[in-house]
Write a protein that binds this ligand. Structure first.
Ligand SMILES: C[S@@+](CC[C@H](N)C(=O)[O-])C[C@H]1O[C@@H](n2cnc3c(N)ncnc32)[C@H](O)[C@@H]1O
Length: 216
C-alpha cells in the first residue's frame, strides 16, 4: 500500500468539474495529470490499485445530475452511494438535502478521495471501505453509478440491489451501456449525453441512463 493516499491523490489530480455537473468540484485525473495511462504494473509497484476514483464515470454523472435536478428523491432520506469512486453521487445527495450520506468503496484510495472531495464541496459524507454487498443497512435510498463493467460484480450487486428494492427502498443505477447491465427488472428513468474522455471510453459522448430497480 502506498504510504499516504492523500498525498498521492493531491499530487496526481487537478480540481475540475465533471462535464454534466458544473456545481461539484472534484480531484480528477486530467490530460495534464493522466494517471490512468500509468501502466497497471507501475501502479502496482507503488501499491496502488487502478485509480477508478480519479474519474467521474458517465453512469455516476447521470445519477448525480438526476438527483441534483430532483432533490426530493433524497431530501431528508438516509442515502447509500454504492461503489462511490470519487464520491460524486454521494456529494450530489448531500447537496440535495439528504439526512445522511454513506459512500462505500472497497478501494482505500477511493475512501480518501471521497473524504477530500466531500470537504472540498462543504458537504458531510461518511466514507466506508466495507464490502456492503449482501448486507442490509439503515438506507432509504441506494444510488450506484457505473458498476456493470465486470460480470461477477454486476451479478452480485444486481441480486443484492433487487432485494433491497423489493423491500421498499428506492434503488437507482446510472449506466452508460456497459456489457453486464441486467437485461430485466429495471425501469427507464432518464437519459443524459455525457461528454467523456478517450482515455477511458471509445467515444467522445456516452448516453448514460438512470434506471430504477422495479419492485417486482
Ligand atoms: C467505474 S467506478 C464507478 C465510480 C463512481 N460510482 C462513478 O460513477 O464515478 C467502479 C467503482 O466500484 C468500486 N467497487 C468495486 N467493487 C466494489 C465493492 N464490492 N464494493 C464497493 N465498491 C466496489 C471500485 O473500487 C470503483 O471505484
Amino acid at each position: 500500500m502506498h504510504k499516504d493516499p492523500r498525498t498521492f491523490i493531491e499530487a496526481n489530480t487537478a480540481v475540475e468539474t465533471p462535464p454534466l455537473i458544473p456545481e461539484i468540484r472534484l480531484h480528477l485525473a486530467t490530460e495534464i495529470v493522466p494517471i490512468w495511462q500509468a501502466t497497471e504494473a507501475d501502479l502496482a509497484h507503488l501499491g496502488i490499485p487502478p485509480p477508478y476514483w480519479a474519474f467521474a464515470w458517465a453512469g455516476g454523472q447521470a445519477v448525480a445530475r438526476y438527483i441534483l435536478d430532483n432533490p426530493d428523491i433524497v431530501a431528508d432520506k438516509r442515502v447509500l452511494d454504492f461503489a462511490s469512486g470519487c464520491g460524486l453521487v454521494a456529494i450530489a445527495a448531500a447537496k440535495s438535502g439528504a439526512a445522511s450520506v454513506t459512500a462505500c468503496d472497497i478501494d482505500p484510495f477511493a475512501a480518501t478521495a471521497i473524504d477530500i472531495n466531500a470537504t472540498l464541496n462543504a458537504t458531510t459524507v461518511t466514507a466506508t471501505q466495507d464490502d456492503l454487498i449482501g448486507q442490509d443497512g439503515p438506507w432509504d435510498v441506494i444510488l450506484a453509478g457505473d458498476i456493470c463493467y465486470e460480470q461477477p460484480l454486476s451479478d452480485r450487486v444486481t441480486r443484492w440491489l433487487r432485494g433491497l428494492s423489493r423491500d421498499g427502498r428506492t434503488v437507482l443505477l446510472g449506466d452508460p451501456g456497459r456489457t453486464y447491465l441486467p437485461k430485466d427488472g429495471l425501469d427507464w428513468v432518464v437519459r443524459y449525453a455525457v461528454k467523456t474522455t478517450r482515455e477511458l471510453e471509445d467515444t467522445d459522448v456516452r448516453n448514460a441512463v438512470v434506471w430504477k430497480f422495479s419492485k417486482d
